[in-house]
Design a binder for this molecule. Structure first.
Ligand code: SAM
Length: 286
């Protein structure tokens, strides 16, 4: 493990994580690279100039955001190819995680430019670190669609997933988003609401999904700031497999003799033949 200060190398693109609220959550290596790079490409130059001036860094800033991502990537690529070093940052956290940055990382790699991650803060990682997720696996979803219909349809596609799902949400849609989570996923699941993580009013609240809307409504301040939502996964009902096998068996019994229908249903569903045979007797007594 190296612990010596590092300078940005010529012709290299560094993807640099910055704080998600607390300015001190920046790594020493990120500061080395921001200081020594030829250009800092920033999502919003005003936000990044605040960070740079807090650390006395005067590197030239270049605006790189989702609206000019393609054109900006091309011009940054030309700079890289002439030997300039570039540090790319977003407004907060790790670029490429629900933030611009993915496009230029791919383009640069395809053009033979070295792309180097400078890891650090991310709202998702910060929340997972305190979530106590004993399941191991989880799904990062990021933002849901802004419009209610599209949001509900998207949630429907996630409903059966058996692992916790992590969402990002802004204060503009937090109330509607939580209402939709409850409507589509049901009130029983657990919800971790993490707002303003690393900031002055950091709040981490654990509740049932069915209690979340009332918790938000109880204090207008709870609806302010940046949010991460972690919803527990679907709990498979012990009979879910048998329910599916029954549906299959009903179709097969319409077309085939019971013994054949049971044999096929058992092969397809993996359920026990005897149990399916008893079921077939009840569904279609001979
Ligand atoms: N790239 C960032 C990262 O690595 O976490 C995420 C950028 S995304 C455009 C912004 C969203 O991240 C916010 O709307 C919010 O959902 C979440 N977020 C960012 N900072 C946060 C914080 N301090 N507390 C809670 N959520 C935060």
């Amino acid at each position: 493990m190296s612990d010596t200060a590092q300078s940005a190398r010529p012709g290299t693109l560094y993807i640099v994580a910055t704080p998600i609220g607390n300015l001190r959550d920046i790594t020493l290596r990120a500061l080395d690279i921001l200081k020594s790079a030829d250009i800092v490409a920033a999502e919003d130059t005003r936000v990044t100039s605040g960070l740079l001036s807090a650390y006395g860094i005067q590197t030239k800033l270049y605006a790189y955001h989702e609206h000019n991502e393609h054109a900006a990537a091309e011009s940054l690529l030309r700079e890289l190819q002439t030997g300039k070093s570039i540090a790319l940052v977003s407004d907060a956290g790790t670029p490429g995680i629900s933030d611009p940055g993915a496009h230029i990382a791919v383009q640069a790699r395809q053009a033979g430019v070295k792309v180097v991650p400078i890891p650090g803060a991310s709202a998702a990682a910060a929340v997972m670190s305190v979530a106590g997720n004993t399941e191991g696996r989880w799904l990062f979803h990021g933002f849901l669609p802004h419009k209610a219909g599209a949001r509900q349809r998207e949630l429907e596609t996630l409903r059966a997933l058996p692992m916790p799902i992590l969402f990002y949400e802004s204060p503009h849609r937090i109330v509607e988003c939580i209402a939709d989570l409850e409507t589509v996923l049901g009130p029983e699941r657990r919800l971790l609401i993490a707002r303003e993580v690393t900031k002055l009013f950091e709040t981490i609240h654990d509740c049932a999904l069915g209690e979340a809307s009332a918790w938000l409504a109880a204090d207008a301040n709870r609806q302010r700031g940046e949010f991460v939502l972690l919803v527990s996964g679907a709990v498979a009902s012990p009979d879910a497999g048998m329910e599916q096998a029954q549906a299959l068996l009903e179709v097969l019994l319409d077309e085939l003799p019971a013994s054949q229908a049971v044999r096929l249903a058992a092969r397809i569903s993996g359920q026990r033949k005897n149990a399916l045979y008893d079921l077939a007797q009840r569904l279609k007594p001979e």
